[in-house]
Design a protein around this ligand. Structure first.
Ligand SMILES: [Zn+2]
Length: 439
């Protein structure tokens, strides 16, 4: 694989790919084509390689669809051969789309140099991630559809930027600084849904040393309606409405830089939502969902943090449903919870989750007395795996409960839920509980 011809892929197109199109589609459209041995039709194959990256963080997703056997390893830099440190993932018995084969995705942002793939031996495909410098990493797989996720952490080895620390903390300038030096650097925006005001720097309002950056994640969307209530109310629509309310209320204060993983009825894979929050250097990640149960009398609000398992069957079934996999798949997944990203934020996430849940129930209760709190909980939600920031997932009542479904049709109830989240986030922001040292 070494010494192969390397084509530079325009990062603007790569970013566009990250939002919607596929890399394969781009490569096809750009006219690349390579002769490759035919792949047996029955063999599972790499259908796509996706990446989200900034100068201290990268997530790479390798899509295979069907479950494959894989192994990850590293190679140290070999200066004599001009080779950088490398992470490689060998996937056995797999094919690879010709469009992806041996076509490196160049990034060169100080952390990641490029991602490339090729055949290694008779029945193995090797995906190689060329790093700019030694970095820690985690690899895990998610089922349904099967994909291998590589999280690379460049924290602690951040190259000095030619700006003052205060300037770096000013909204917009973190990403703007490198882009002035390198046209291939990532932009401030992580998605088209970023509010237009975000990159402005907020010079018209009194700006704190840094504004707390919040990523709101309305669950589901597009082809995935989420849970559906007895009269047809869809979770994806409710959580988007709540998310927009939260954004509006938080932005009103001028203290927060608020982004959303989606601001439309679009489908976004779970691992991409987390990657958007990490890439956008969010301080807080709030994933919004509505619960559902075969027991139509189930009711109440709960807020979750990530954990390896669940304390009861209901929470396990909830996580499986939110993850889009059967419970048996969920139990079989061995992803790393106490990893370098999530572990350090666990206590903050627990505190924020409790504050959010208490505040949401209190605000909804002023309009609907008797709103139930199911409290702070923990379960293995994929969307929280690998989040580098304080991260919680809200299950704002049961859409399967006729009374709670009708409540969710009431804008004042959605306002109450949003007010609760906003109050908790503001409390955290104002009390400086959140760690910013890594940004
Ligand atoms: Zn959901």
């Amino acid at each position: 694989m070494e010494g192969e011809a390397r084509e530079r892929v325009d990062l603007t197109l790569l970013r566009r790919h990250l939002c919607a199109a596929t890399l394969a589609a781009f490569l096809c459209a750009a006219g690349f084509s390579f002769a490759a041995p035919p792949v047996a039709a029955a063999a599972p194959g790499i259908s796509d390689i996706r990446a989200w990256t900034n100068e201290i963080y990268t997530r790479v997703a390798i899509d295979t669809g069907d479950e494959v056997s894989w192994q990850a390893n590293t190679l140290r830099a070999d200066p004599a051969r001009g080779l950088p440190p490398r992470i490689f993932i060998d996937i056995r018995g797999a094919g690879i789309r010709d469009e992806i084969l041996r076509k490196p995705v160049e990034v060169r942002n100080g952390l990641l140099r490029q991602v490339r793939a090729g055949r290694f031996g008779r029945d193995t495909v090797r995906v190689v991630i060329d790093l700019e410098r030694e970095s820690t990493y985690r690899v895990f797989a998610l089922p349904g559809p099967f994909r291998i996720i590589v999280d690379i952490d460049g924290e602690g080895e951040i190259p000095a930027l030619p700006t003052t620390p205060d300037a770096v903390d000013t909204p917009g300038s973190v990403a703007a600084a490198p882009s002035s030096e390198d046209p291939a650097a990532p932009p401030p925006a992580v998605a088209p849904s970023v509010p237009p005001s975000a990159p402005s720097g907020g010079s018209a309002v009194p700006v704190r040393k840094h504004r707390v950056r919040v990523m709101i994640d309305p669950g589901h969307g597009g082809k995935d309606p989420g849970a559906v209530g007895p009269t047809g109310l869809r979770e994806k629509d409710v959580v988007l409405a709540i998310g927009r309310r939260i954004r509006e209320k938080l932005e009103r204060s001028g203290e927060f830089d608020v982004r959303m993983t989606r601001d439309d009825d679009v489908f976004i894979p779970l691992e991409e939502r987390t990657a958007m929050a990490n890439k956008g250097r969010a301080d807080i990640f709030v994933s919004l969902h509505i619960n559902a149960s075969p027991n139509r009398r189930a009711e109440g609000f709960s807020t979750y943090v990530l954990s390896r398992g669940a304390s009861n069957r209901e929470d396990l079934e909830l996580a499986a449903r939110e993850n889009g996999v059967p419970v048996r798949k969920l139990q079989g997944v061995k992803f790393i919870i106490d990893d370098m990203f999530t572990g350090a934020r666990k206590n903050e996430s627990l505190r924020l989750a409790k504050t959010v849940n208490d505040a949401v129930v209190r605000h909804v209760s002023t309009r609907y007395p008797g709103a139930q709190s199911l409290g702070l909980k923990q379960a293995p939600f994929y969307v929280l795996v690998g989040a580098r920031m304080t991260a919680v997932l809200v299950e704002a009542s049961f859409i399967s409960n006729a009374r709670e479904e009708s409540r969710l049709r009431d804008p004042s109830c959605l306002d109450g839920i949003a007010d609760g989240v906003v109050e908790a986030v503001r409390y955290y922001g104002q009390n400086g509980i959140l760690a910013h040292s890594d940004y």
